[in-house]
Design a protein around this ligand. Structure first.
Ligand SMILES: [Zn+2]
Length: 136
């Protein structure tokens, strides 16, 4: 199995503090409106019903692989860093999420695969959500 690179460092700000306070507790927070629609953390209003009364709520962390790429580092060093695998996950709650896949051999990836949430804390970074192949 090949090893892939994990997430890079991420810095929070006032707008994202609640999200990264969640990841630090091991929670992946999305925003939910009074009618129960799930929205991305950046949303100012519900994409379904236009409500602005969005409240952070922990999501399941489950989803399916929509698309991905294998990004190889620049060659030329004696010990090049491993490739990274940026990907799009369709969350069980509905929103799509850009992420990095970890702990995964890129050769086994198939569209529609079940993915599970994990967390990484790169040096000097907030805790960031990443995904891995479920059960793998
Ligand atoms: Zn809504």
């Amino acid at each position: 199995m090949s090893v892939v690179a994990g997430a890079g460092p991420v810095s929070g700000n006032d707008d994202t503090a609640w999200f990264f306070e969640g990841t630090a507790r091991g929670e992946f927070l999305l925003q939910r409106c009074p009618q129960g629609h799930w929205n991305r953390p950046q949303a100012a209003r519900c994409a379904e019903c236009d409500s602005t009364e969005l409240v952070p709520e922990p999501a399941s962390g489950r989803g399916r692989l929509i698309s991905w790429a294998v990004v190889h580092p620049r060659p030329g060093t004696d010990s090049p860093p491993p490739p990274s695998v940026p990907a799009i996950v369709e969350l069980d709650e509905g929103p799509w999420w850009w992420t990095i896949l970890v702990g995964t051999d890129p050769a086994v990836l198939r569209a529609g695969m079940e993915l599970a949430l994990a967390f990484e804390r790169p040096e000097g970074s907030e805790t960031v959500p990443v995904w891995t192949v479920a059960g793998g």
